[in-house]
Design a protein around this ligand. Structure first.
Ligand code: FAD
Length: 467
């Protein structure tokens, strides 16, 4: 008897799912053959990239799991138009390295505009399916960086999707969490790689938006505010490190001696974030202040260290009775309501007994294109990583905290990201995403045989069953 294969997501490890089999196609042609075979034999298919989503979007119990990680071709850079065609299984670091290797000579190097922070091992396909974003100060979500993509639909047809061809699917599949088919290849819009100077200051939340506006006015392209996580301090969610990145002339010399945090320093900071949250902020901010004025490349400064299984080591070192991990959530609020949101969040998080391990504020510009757009307007984005013990009480505590944070964001006209969990109540989803029922209806139209199924889709189909 075939018992299937147990899968889990990489970061939270809270999505244990048994799939029937894992299939790893290496080309669009192989994807087509697998889809046609699944249709003929009556299997449902789930789709994964690098397995970092935390709401069960990439796995379906009892499905064939189509793992896209071997769709890894990278075409030549079109230096006239700043475009490159890449396989959906390519990860960000591989892409940046390949772009550099292709353009060794003089002249501008075309490279990525934005990627997620905090992890590099995410695939381009997974990033599109979540319509991800980075720390650009004036950027829209990733849909804005996509010229076109190739999708294998539920009939096994190969469709090229862009803003004029299969435009409906273009809008649905970006941010559509794998519900509409398998993206096999993406034509990504690039930008000339720039030298940037990092500007660092310690500031407080009430000054943040005016300061960010000023930095944008001065030409800064990227930035974020990493706030204090010490719940016993008046600085909690209030004082933080504002880093912004301003372009400088290309002839500015880059120093090889730039101070970078290595793996062991990150491990120490993660340890402190769990055991001494006052000290971690002091150490972290002093590292950042030390790098004020340093130069970085616009692409590689977005890369980051991610330590696989760091929480297993932490649990082991602290002889924890219960395994744990960080659950992430991202809340969006109108920028002029950020201070109100953060003071409500501080009150709520101080009272709920769930430690914040890391948090940051970034900016996003409105996304007028994707169907399930999370950036309904120019929002401030607030990311919380909450320490979550893997037992019923721990998961209930984190879920309750995130639900309460969603309520606070919604009251202020905000929203939340769908990629990190599937805890939100139906009313919360409907308020943040009034088009959600229509999204589910369009999925049925494009995939009438329900070929593409995940735990995330099944959950929402049930949640919205009576519509
Ligand atoms: C530590 C960490 C940091 C993060 N930081 C950010 C951030 O800064 N900004 C941000 O926006 N997000 C961030 N995320 C969320 C992340 O961008 C998404 O969860 C993303 O979808 C993960 O990509 P993946 O390759 O791991 O995809 P998976 O988790 O494997 O899959 C995610 C979704 O994509 C679909 N999918 C994957 N490949 C394909 C394909 N080829 N065709 C169709 N559908 C596909 C899956 O079906 C699933 O619905 C972060 C997540 C973690 C864990």
């Amino acid at each position: 008897m075939n018992d299937g294969v147990l899968c889990n997501d990489i970061h939270s490890k809270l999505n244990l799912t048994r799939v029937a089999r894992i299939l790893v196609p290496g080309s669009t042609g192989e994807v087509v053959a697998l889809v046609r075979d699944a249709v003929a034999t009556g299997w449902a298919v789930s789709i994964c990239g690098a397995r970092h989503a935390m709401g069960g979007q990439q796995f379906g119990e009892g499905t064939l799991l189509l793992d896209c990680s071997k769709l890894i071709g990278i075409g030549p850079v079109d230096r006239e138009r700043g475009l490159v065609e890449i396989g959906a299984g390519v990860k960000w670091l591989e892409l940046v390295e390949a772009l550099h290797a292709q353009q060794p000579g003089a002249g501008p190097v075309w490279s990525i505009r934005q990627k997620q922070t905090g992890a590099d091992g995410l695939t381009l396909g997974g990033s599109l399916a979540a319509n991800a974003h980075g720390r650009g100060l004036q950027m829209r979500p990733m849909i804005d960086d996509v010229e076109a993509f190739t999708l294998v639909n539920s009939s096994g047809e190969i469709l090229r999707c862009n803003r004029s061809q299969n435009a409906g699917l273009f809008r649905l599949a970006i941010g559509g969490y794998g519900c509409f088919g398998i993206i096999t290849s993406i034509c990504l819009r690039l930008a000339p790689r720039l030298k940037l100077q990092r500007l660092v200051e310690i500031t407080t939340l009430d000054e943040l938006m005016p300061k960010l506006d000023r930095r944008i006015g001065e030409g800064c392209l990227y930035g974020d505010f990493q706030f204090s996580i010490d719940e016993n301090s008046p600085d909690f969610l209030h004082r933080g490190v504002l880093s912004s990145y301003r372009p400088v002339d290309s002839d500015h010399p880059m120093h090889d001696t730039r101070k970078e945090l290595g793996k062991s320093e990150w491990e120490r900071l993660i340890h402190l974030a769990h055991h001494d949250r006052a000290r971690v902020f002091e150490e972290y901010s002093s590292y950042y202040l030390d790098t004020h004025g340093e130069l970085y490349w616009s692409d590689s400064h977005q890369l980051s260290v991610y330590i696989d299984d760091y929480h297993c080591r932490l649990d082991h070192e602290s002889c924890a009775d219960v395994a744990a991990s960080e659950m992430i959530s991202e809340l969006y609020v109108p920028r002029d309501r950020l201070v109100d949101f953060m003071s409500a969040a501080a009150k709520l998080l101080r009272g709920c007994g769930v430690p914040v391990i890391y948090g940051t504020v970034r900016l996003i510009r409105r996304d007028p294109e994707s169907f399930l757009a999370w950036a309904r307007e120019d929002f401030a984005c607030v990311i919380f990583n909450l320490h979550t013990e893997h037992n019923e009480a721990g998961i209930t505590r984190s879920a309750a905290a995130f639900l309460a944070l969603i309520d606070e964001a919604l009251v202020l006209g905000g929203s939340f990201f769908l990629t990190y969990h599937r805890w939100a109540r139906r009313a919360q989803i409907e308020q943040a995403y009034p088009q959600f029922a229509e999204f589910l209806r369009l999925k049925e139209i494009h995939d009438p045989g329900r070929l593409f199924q995940s735990e995330w889709w099944r959950h929402h189909r049930n949640l919205f069953a009576e519509t």
